[in-house]
Design a protein. Structure first.
Length: 117
C-alpha cells in the first residue's frame, strides 16, 4: 500500500489543522492505521491509531481530547483532526499502516505541522 499524507502547515497556537492520508494500491480496510510525529531533536512517537473498522482508537496522552483520528475505508483515507494546537505539537507528521497491531511497515512521506505563538 502507498500512503500520501497532506494537510500540514503553519498555524497559531490554539488553532486547528486536519491531516489526511490517502492510500493507494491496496484496500485501506486491511490495515490498522496510525499517525506518528517526529519533533526536532526528539524520537518519533505514535500520536493516534485506529483499528481496521474504526471501532477502536488510541491516543498518546498529550493529545487526548484535542486530536481525533478517523477513517473512511470507502474513500481509502484516514484523517487526523487536530484542535487547540500547542507549540509542542510542532513536528513532521507521518501516517502509517499495519497489517498486525504494532507492526507499522508502510509509511507515507511526512507533512510538516508548525505551531506558532
Amino acid at each position: 500500500v502507498q500512503l500520501q499524507a497532506s494537510g500540514g502547515g503553519l498555524v497559531q497556537a490554539g488553532g486547528s489543522l486536519r491531516l489526511s492520508c490517502a492510500a493507494s494500491g491496496r484496500t485501506l480496510s486491511n490495515y490498522i492505521m496510525g499517525w506518528f510525529r517526529r519533533a526536532p531533536g526528539k524520537e518519533r512517537e505514535v500520536v493516534a491509531s485506529i483499528t481496521w473498522s474504526g471501532s477502536r482508537t488510541g491516543y498518546t496522552d498529550s493529545v487526548k481530547g484535542r486530536f481525533t483520528i478517523s477513517r473512511d475505508n470507502a474513500k481509502n483515507t484516514v484523517h487526523l483532526q487536530m484542535n487547540n494546537l500547542k507549540l509542542e505539537d510542532t513536528a513532521v507528521y507521518y501516517c502509517a499502516a499495519a497489517v498486525r497491531p504494532g507492526e507499522f511497515n508502510y509509511w507515507g512521506q511526512g507533512t510538516q505541522v508548525t505551531v506558532s505563538s
